[in-house]
Design a protein around this ligand. Structure first.
Ligand SMILES: [Zn+2]
Length: 289
């Protein structure tokens, strides 16, 4: 089994949100989670300290952890603004450079999904920073994409026309599949569905989240999947968001324990393309997947 770990970068600073409601929502969620006991008072204090320090990402710590644990993650950065994502290409540039320095892949965290000229604009802005073609796209916010993938089905052709090779928007126990001229890489596990059970706030404990995750991993193995994806938002890789940070550390260890092979999204797509063009005899000869 090959597994892709990906990170959506939704925030860099708190100050960038001066025109939207992201900060009040962040505070409200923090208080509700502390009152309900799904997060500790200490975590709430850490959230407030982060707010005072105007620090809304954990890219450095996550890059270091991933490097140490052999996880070649794919990072999705935005160049557009909307739906409580507000940093823009200028602020993203140094962080994209840090990711690229480590030989990792950068994809587009798209705001636009139904206007072709906006989709192309967002991709071009990102390519001006990366200096190379951007192959992948994931919509912000994935919650707006229904699990049956109907939105992906409807808009995938626009992303294919804009030059993307893959998207990763659906949530399900399923191998990558072709849609609208590109590959869809379904997300098997995401922090959101793991910790928020039909809720806007965290309402599962670490233990419950681990049980949920183990069941999901078991389903993927039982289904005989070849390629699966994990989505973890970098913002949660800090004790301010305990227990999400501990869950991510545990998950990476669990995937290693199962001997799942870590790779990037572009590796998966290269593999799928190779299989797609391989003659039937070669495909049937037990070629290593
Ligand atoms: Zn996002």
């Amino acid at each position: 089994m090959k597994v892709v770990v990906s990170h959506d970068v939704d925030h860099l600073t708190f100050a960038e949100h001066w025109r939207d409601a992201a900060v009040p929502k962040f505070l409200l969620r923090g208080v509700v989670e502390a009152v309900r006991g799904s997060s500790s008072g200490r975590a709430l204090m850490r959230k407030l300290r982060r707010l005072a320090a105007n620090r809304a990402h954990n890219l450095e710590a996550l890059l270091a952890f991933n490097r140490e644990h052999g996880v070649p993650a794919t990072f999705f950065f935005a160049t557009g603004r909307g739906r409580d994502l507000a940093y823009g290409p200028r602020r993203a540039r140094p962080w994209i450079a840090r990711v690229l320095e480590q030989g990792l892949e950068v994809g587009l965290h798209a705001i636009a999904f139904d206007r072709p000229e906006r989709i192309r604009w967002e991709r071009q802005r990102l390519e001006e920073i990366t200096g190379s073609p951007v192959l992948g796209v994931r919509l912000h916010n994935v919650g707006m994409v229904d699990n049956a993938g109907r939105l992906t089905d409807a808009y995938a052709p626009l992303f294919a026309q804009a030059g993307f090779a893959y998207c990763s928007n659906t949530y399900g126990v399923r191998d990558p599949y072709r849609v609208g001229g590109l590959w869809e890489l379904p997300i098997l596990i995401t922090d959101g569905y793991t910790f928020r059970n039909n809720s806007r706030v965290v309402n599962r404990t670490l233990r419950q989240a681990q049980e949920f995750t183990l069941a999901r991993l078991g389903q993927a193995e039982a289904a005989g999947l070849h390629h699966v994806s994990v989505l973890f938002h970098d913002v949660y890789f800090d004790p301010a968001f305990d227990p999400l940070d501990r869950w991510y550390r545990w998950l990476i260890q669990e995937l290693h324990r199962r001997r799942w092979e870590f790779c990037s999204c572009r590796d998966v797509v290269a593999h799928l393309e190779k299989d797609a063009v391989a003659p039937p005899a070669a495909a049937a000869s037990g070629e290593q997947r």
